[in-house]
Design a protein around this ligand. Structure first.
Ligand SMILES: Nc1ncnc2c1ncn2[C@@H]1O[C@H](COP(=O)(O)OP(=O)(O)OP(=O)(O)O)[C@@H](O)[C@H]1O
Ligand SMILES: [Mg+2]
Length: 263
């Protein structure tokens, strides 16, 4: 099982949308056994996947994977461990238990290692113990980002933040952690965004996801929020906008699968 976490301290950049659509891609198109864990108390991924009705919703709430030693989940090929609001919000305050949270999650992932091919973890945008634990146990991290100056300035934090910087975690706690890349999302064809993309490609090319031509990015499209609201894969929206969106998203997801060595 390969585990990837969607992480970025910025809110509303598409972590949940990418988590859900990537899960659909791995399961429905690549035929993989997929586990989704939603650690965000906003529950956006959980809502979309529950609405869609394709994933089996575990009886286990996500907070329990941190607070207890959990030895397995429901026997199904596409499972959601859904977010529970109140308990997830309590995690940060229990500082004396933080070490055990990460090790509980680690042992859960070891327990289900042979039951799934891919595990996708969605996180909240706060740099707290839920995000830290997820980064500590993951093989990969994928960071959607919006093309504004503030976000580009925030890339330093993404890598070097004191507690949840990817480089720091890789150096100190989880040497296997690899950055799949920064994924510009909600991209619009404005001069402002084009300039920001150019700046990103000039200064942070190594952090972007290389494609046959240029770097991976996902355009702003009505198909994504519509698919998320209906809980369906973008390509099954049954509209031209969905098919058009999928034409540009699919090669990006295929590239992510190849970086994760999921075949
Ligand atoms: N490519 C896109 N085009 C248009 N809308 C998008 C796109 N990607 C995401 N969205 C929409 O933008 C909003 C924010 O996306 P999402 O909830 O995935 O962000 P997030 O990073 O998970 O936010 P949070 O940090 O609050 O959890 C949602 O309504 C989502 O459907
Ligand atoms: Mg989210």
């Amino acid at each position: 099982m390969k585990t990837t976490v969607l992480a970025n301290q910025k809110g509303g950049v598409g972590k949940s949308a990418v988590a859900v659509q990537l899960a659909y891609f791995f399961h429905l198109i690549m035929g993989k056994r997929v586990l989704v864990i939603d650690f965000d108390h906003q529950r956006n991924s959980s809502k979309a996947l529950k609405t869609g009705g394709i994933a089996t919703v575990s009886q286990m709430p996500a907070s329990r994977l941190l607070t207890h030693k959990v030895g397995g989940v429901e026997d199904a090929e596409f499972v959601l461990v859904a977010a529970d609001n109140a308990e997830l919000l309590k995690m940060e305050k229990q500082a004396d238990r933080h070490n055990s949270f990460a090790s509980n999650l680690q042992s859960f992932l070891q327990a289900v290692h042979n039951d799934f091919d891919v595990c996708i973890i969605d996180t909240n945008p706060n740099p707290d113990i839920r995000q830290l634990s997820s980064l500590v146990v993951s093989d990969y991290v994928l960071s959607p980002l919006q093309l504004n100056q503030e976000a580009i300035d925030g890339i330093g934090d993404l890598l070097n933040h004191d507690t949840i910087g990817i480089r720091k975690i890789k150096a100190a706690i989880n040497p296997k952690l690899e950055l799949i890349g920064i994924l510009p999302n909600l991209v619009e064809p404005t001069p402002f965004q084009r300039d920001n993309f150019r700046e990103l490609s000039t200064h942070f090319a190594k952090l972007l996801i290389p494609m046959d031509v240029g770097f991976a990015a996902i355009k702003k499209t009505t198909a994504v929020p519509e698919a998320q609201a209906a809980g369906v894969p973008v390509w099954k929206l049954g509209k031209t906008s969905g098919r058009d969106a999928w034409t540009q998203i699919k090669p990006v997801f295929e590239k992510i699968a190849s970086i994760m060595e999921v075949q």
